[in-house]
Design a protein around this ligand. Sequence first.
Ligand SMILES: Nc1ncnc2c1ncn2[C@@H]1O[C@H](COP(=O)(O)OP(=O)(O)O)[C@@H](O)[C@H]1O
Ligand SMILES: [Mg+2]
Length: 496
Amino acid sequence: MGELSGDEAKALAGSLRRLMQLTANLVEQDGEAAPLLARLRDHLGCELAQVLSVATRFEVWEHVNLQRGVDAYLAEHTPDAEWFGVGGHHRGHEDIMGMLLAARHSVGVGLGAADYATAAVGPEDSVEVVQLGLVPTTAPDGTPVLVGIRGSNDFGPPACRLEVLAADRAAARAVGGEIERSMREHDVFRRQVLAFGVSEHRGNELLTFLPRPALGADDVVLPDGVLDRIEEHVVGIAEHAERLLAAGQHLKRGLLLHGPPGTGKTHTVRYLMSRLTDCTVILLTGQAMRLIGQAAALARRLQPSMVVVEDVDLVAMDRGFAAGPTNPLLFTLLDAMDGVGADADVTFVLTTNRADELERALADRPGRVDLAVEVPRPDADGRRRLVELYGRGVDLRADLGPVVEATEGVTASFIKELLRRAVLGAVRADGAGGVPVVGDELADVARAMADERASLTGILLGGSKSTATGPGLGGPGPAQPGLAPPVIAVRATKEY
Ligand SMILES: Nc1ncnc2c1ncn2[C@@H]1O[C@H](COP(=O)(O)OP(=O)(O)O)[C@@H](O)[C@H]1O
Ligand SMILES: [Mg+2]
């Protein structure tokens, strides 16, 4: 067969195009897509071929904000607008425009009801969000547009999309811009306590809402002046933010709390969270550290805010998620801290059991952490106060001297557990009635628990006596890092 001449090729191409168009029109007229396409045409006033789509991608967890932004836009421009969906085999398409284009030619795609999903807006509350749907509305200048939401799905990348369809690009852009602006205005994350987690399920579970703790200064037992110093740094700067900024001072701050496990680092963070009720808190534990970049971006957006990175020593040791051996996750964290502007009212709080491991990295990159505070094991006075604190509701008329002595070297969490066991013992002995009278028994229980210190229970409770040669997590010697993560994971789930 001879080659096609240029003219012949053109003619053939033209015929093929016509043939395809004819076939497509037939499908359009007779197929299930007809009502869907008619709906589009009627509202936008043009054929699908002339429709432009302005799409914006957001992180999965922004789905709920996207819905809020669209809802606010609709309330202002077309309060009675009704959502509709694209039914059928659309899943292969990440974008709504692609689905519509495919609808012209495929069987089984047509007008349907919008799909809905639920998304959390607080620790207890959730709302419905459009998972896949379109709604007719108008641009601020009156141009008809269609607004579409596509939530993340198993087939596409973990992201959600806003698509604005119109015959006119400027109109579609204007609507997209307005929606984004109102997303920020109605941001559901503001003033919330948020935890990034690594979920097997995708979607909003990556970012969960936690209830804000309610701790008073009396609930935190630390050596004199320690809590004040921490509070002055974190809360004091927040309280005078405007004047500091006006005087050209930076607001961003980095706090490192270090000390053995169970001495109250997390407890202190919870206290700070209780104090700063206006502050958005973003918690990162364990493997969620991978999301530090996104967390820092959220913190910047939602300031005043606090980013809490727990157990950074584990991060420092874990090179598994690093971009390379020279760029461990710890440096990513320090870079993220650096990336937030100095004028941002953002506090980074890092906690660690092993400050020695971090020392070099932090020294190599000065300025990220501007206050490091040791959270030590309680001294005798601290232990007495802890017994009183956790002995609330317990008769403590007895002399506390013996128990204070018997608990030398233990951590605060150990004393808390001691009280629980003592009360449990008293309740058991006492049967059903009355306030359990402990006191003298406390020292006995403490001694019994001390014998357990070398056991796993003792180690996990922070009962290790020696700070230099502790057998496990208690000392800076070779720890058992494998033991720590499960404890963290348990804590990170529903409460902080
Ligand atoms: N300094 C403290 N004052 C009062 N309670 C404390 C203190 N330290 C620990 N606790 C109690 O022990 C529990 C565990 O302590 P945590 O703050 O998680 O230790 P860390 O984070 O230092 O390992 C806390 O939830 C709290 O109930
Ligand atoms: Mg902790």
